[in-house]
Design a protein. Structure first.
Length: 151
DNA sequence: GCCAACGTTGGC
DNA sequence: GCCAACGTTGGC
């Protein structure tokens, strides 16, 4: 079992969007970074736990807990010219971009990024490192336990 | 809106 | 294969 942090822009998909559809899975579409794609393709397992993080918004931070609900499969938005995630170089027979389904475990208390930065225990956390832009980052078991205990 | 950081592109 | 230019992310 591994742990991850996955960023979503709430204007796109928010924790409340997931909470409004209990039990349903959502495809984690739109990842267009190879490192993040490779985490989904090569490392994630069904049942892995996920910190659902709101980014690119007024108050960024952790909004809930989710879990990986599928293996990797092609992200349909890469083939859709109407989508902002369209990739003209992607081929149906050789998709570039993959995704996994995620499902909400629970909406939690909101833990702002500023609070996360205040915990000495989270100093090493990948998402808090300077210049980090990866939308999917691994979380250590210690960090997972620390955060869930403080939610 | 600004800007630091980083990834990608493309000319050579 | 190098690297400058450019685009994007994302916090502030």
């Amino acid at each position: 079992m591994q742990f991850w942090l996955m960023k979503s822009e709430p204007d796109d998909v928010s924790i409340d969007d997931l909470a409004a559809r209990p039990g349903q899975t959502v495809p984690w579409y739109g990842v267009r970074n190879y490192q993040a794609r490779n985490f989904m393709r090569d490392a994630m397992q069904i049942g892995d736990r996920v910190l659902f993080y709101h980014s690119g918004c007024e108050v960024p931070g952790i909004a809930g807990l989710a879990e990986v609900a599928s293996g990797p499969y092609p992200d349909a938005s890469q083939f859709d010219p109407a989508s902002p995630y369209f990739d003209a170089k992607a081929r149906q027979e050789e998709p570039r971009w993959l995704l996994v389904d995620v499902k909400l475990v629970k909406k939690t208390r909101f833990m702002p990024l500023t609070e996360m930065r205040g915990y000495a225990g989270l100093e090493e956390m990948r998402v808090l490192q300077r210049g980090n832009r990866l939308s999917i980052t691994p979380v250590t078991p210690f960090e997972w336990q620390f955060i869930t205990e403080h939610l």
